[in-house]
Design a protein around this ligand. Sequence first.
Ligand code: PRT
Ligand code: ZN
Length: 292
Amino acid sequence: MNRIRIAIQRSGRLSERSLDLLQRCGLRFARSKDKLYWYGQDFPVDLLLVRDDDIPRILLDGVCDLGIVGQNIALEVLREDDDRELQELRELGFGRCRLSIAVPEQSEIKSIADLEGCRIATSYPALTNSLLGEQGVKAEMVKLSGSVEIAPGLGTADAISDLVSTGTTLRANHLTELDVLFESTAALYGQMNRLPDEKRLLLERLLARLDGVLQAAESKYVMLHAPRDAVEEITRLLPGAEHPSLMNLESDPDRVALHAVCREALFWEHLESLKNAGASAILVMPVEKMLG
Ligand code: PRT
Ligand code: ZN
C-alpha cells in the first residue's frame, strides 16, 4: 500500500506539538477521539497514536515508516543493542529537556568521576551507562520505570539519571543537578533504506514540506527604511538574509524601503544595531510557509 504511516505520542508532552507540526505540513486527518488510527485525507499519510516508549520498537518492527519521539527514548533503545538501526531524519526542536545526573543535596558525590561504582537509578540505563562510559566511569544501573527521583531517599540508589526541564522536581526532592549528560529534543525517526521507491518519493515530499515549516518557524520577513548609502551595511546586519528587495520612496530620494527574509533568529539586539546603522520604520513579521 502506497501510504506512509507515522507513529506519534497519543497523550503526553509531545502529542500536541507533533500533531500541530504535521498539520502545518498540510496534512489533514479523519479521526475520532478514541480511535488510535487516523486516516490521512489529502495526502497519503496516516497516523498511529501510541505510547512514546513504543515508538522505536514500532519503527524497528516495520509497523510504521516514521515516528516522532524524544531522542532520549530513541537513543535508549538504540544503545541497548548496537545492531538496531534507526535514522534520525530531522531534529524538531520541541520537547526539549536534558538527561542529568542528580544527587542528594548532602551527597559526597561532587563530580561525574565520583560516580565510579555507585548505584544510579534511571529509566535510561543503556544511555546513561554509555554516556558515563564515554567519560571513563563505570557505575551500576538500577532500572526504574517511574518516580526515579525518590530512589536516593529510599536508599535504593546513590544518584539518579533523569530528564529535567525546569528542575522543580529535583528541588522538591532535595536533589542537586550534578551534570548534564545529554540534551534531548523530539526528532523524526525512520528507516529510509527500508522504504520501497514509491514510498521514498512520498517521504521526500513530506520532508521538503517539513523543512519548509521548520525553516519558516525561525524565519522572519523584515521591512525597513534605510539610507541609500547604508544598504550594504544594513543587509550585513540582517541575520541569514540574502538579496533584499529595494524600493524607492516617493517622499524621500535619499532613503529606500528594504524587504528581506532573515533565515536565522532575529533578536532585539539586531534591531537596535539596524537602528544605529540608520534604519527606521523597522517591521518584523512571521513567515508562515516556505518552499525552495
Ligand atoms: O504515556 P507515555 O508513555 O506516552 O508518556 P510519558 O509519560 O512517558 O512521557 P511524557 O509525555 O512525560 O514525555 C514525553 C517526552 O517529553 C520525553 O520522552 C522527553 O523527550 C520530553 N520531555 C521534555 C520530558 C520533560 N521535558 C520532562 N520534564 N519528559 C519528562 N519530563 C519529566 C522530568 O523527568 C520530571 O520528572 O517531567 C518532570 C518535571 O520536570 P521538571 O524538571 O520541570 O520538574
Ligand atoms: Zn512514556
